[in-house]
Design a protein. Structure first.
Length: 377
């Protein structure tokens, strides 16, 4: 039943699947009514897969980048041009050289990174932008916002290729993030972790710059293994990820009064997203995928803040049937205090309270590092 001030209509569907399609179509035409109030609705018939470390991620990312025909979008919190994408290292597989060679083939590369303050971390966003912009005329790099933020950051980490395949998750294209299933703590020759890619955040902070300069003594200090997850999606889910990048990019350009460099989405009528066939790892087909985010005026130029990722967390906790597993670098939340504002802990409390009251067999497991990222001194 559609019920508004002006009219009432009854919409009939032949089955539950068609009913859901009608609901999503109507919601997508009304601002803020997609599931979790995301900027986009759930997408069906999506191919998807996850990666449990950067080795698995890079093994699929590199051939996908080389397969690019039109444009590549890269958004990161931390970006290192000197990162090697293959281990043992291959010189032509260094990230800056890889992107330069792709740009020489006529592919446009757009890089958007956080304009990080040099307080606690040394990401050197100005160095990255200046350097990447000198590599080739088809590479355009930008940092945002213009005023260095201290209370918030751009924390999205994703790559979109030709608006058709998107790699989204928690792994930046930067030093210290590469690891494989062996999680080595030593590398005497530097064949796996050269220069500043051999790091231990318990002894030295994030430090960007030329690859060959080391931040710790590999003969005395073990490296810190890095476990993180990433994912890949295609089709309309990738198109939605591209839309998010375009919104952020155009907002950043407008902030600099540089409207000549605005990006435009591809037309779904003339160029619908295609299924990408270049993956070596088997993807799960027929998935339902929705792109979620945190966004607001300063980050994306939208009047009403979007908290779809937060709303999805709350929804997932509330609807959990048997257990909840949380693994994170940090776990900062509260029940009754004013700060922080998120109420993840309150949602966990309510779900556990329900389980105890109804005598359910239910568990919550939270895994955190002993030292998330700080000095041991």
């Amino acid at each position: 039943m559609l019920d508004t001030e002006g009219f009432q209509r009854i919409v009939y569907a032949k089955d539950a699947e068609e009913q859901e399609m009608w609901v999503n179509a109507i919601r997508s035409s009304v601002r803020g009514t997609n599931r979790f109030k995301s900027f986009v609705p759930p997408r069906k018939l999506i191919n998807a897969q996850w990666f449990t470390n950067a080795h698995e991620y890079f093994e699929e990312l590199v051939p996908s980048l080389l397969h690019a025909k039109r444009r590549i979008f890269i958004a990161d919190w931390y970006f290192s041009p000197g990162l090697y994408m293959k281990r043992p290292i291959e010189k032509n597989m260094r990230l800056d050289r890889l992107l330069r060679n792709i740009a020489r083939e006529g592919v446009k590369v757009y890089l958007l990174i956080w304009n990080a303050p040099n307080v606690g971390v040394s990401l050197h966003s100005k160095y990255v932008v200046d350097y990447m912009n000198t590599l080739h005329s088809n590479i355009t790099a930008l940092s945002h916002p213009g005023i260095t933020p201290f209370a918030w950051s751009h924390h999205q980490k994703f790559v979109v290729i030709d608006d058709e395949v998107a790699f989204i998750g928690g792994i930046d294209l930067c030093y210290t993030r590469y690891d494989d299933k062996h999680y080595r703590i030593t590398d005497p020759t530097g064949i796996y972790f050269p220069g500043r890619d051999y790091s231990n955040l318990n002894y030295s902070g994030e430090d960007n710059g030329p690859t060959k300069l080391e931040t710790i003594d590999r003969k005395k200090t073990p490296r810190l293994p890095w476990h993180d997850v990433h994912s890949v999606v295609d089709g309309m889910a990738a198109y939605d990820a591209a839309t998010n990048f375009i919104q952020r990019w155009n907002h950043a350009m407008a902030s600099e009064n540089n409207r000549k460099a605005f990006l435009m989405p591809v037309s779904l009528d003339t160029q619908p997203p295609q299924v990408y066939e270049g993956f070596s790892k088997k993807l799960y087909s027929n998935c339902e995928v929705q792109i979620l985010r945190s966004s607001c005026m300063w980050s994306c130029g939208i009047q009403l803040p979007e908290q779809s990722i937060y709303k999805a967390y709350l929804g997932a906790i509330k609807s959990a049937k048997h257990f909840i597993y949380i693994e994170n670098q940090y776990f900062i939340t509260t029940i009754s205090r004013m700060r922080p504002k998120n109420r993840i802990l309150n949602a966990l409390y309510e779900r556990l309270h329900k389980a105890i009251k109804e005598k359910e067999k239910f568990r919550v497991v939270v895994v955190l590092p002993v030292y998330p990222a700080r000095s041991l001194d």
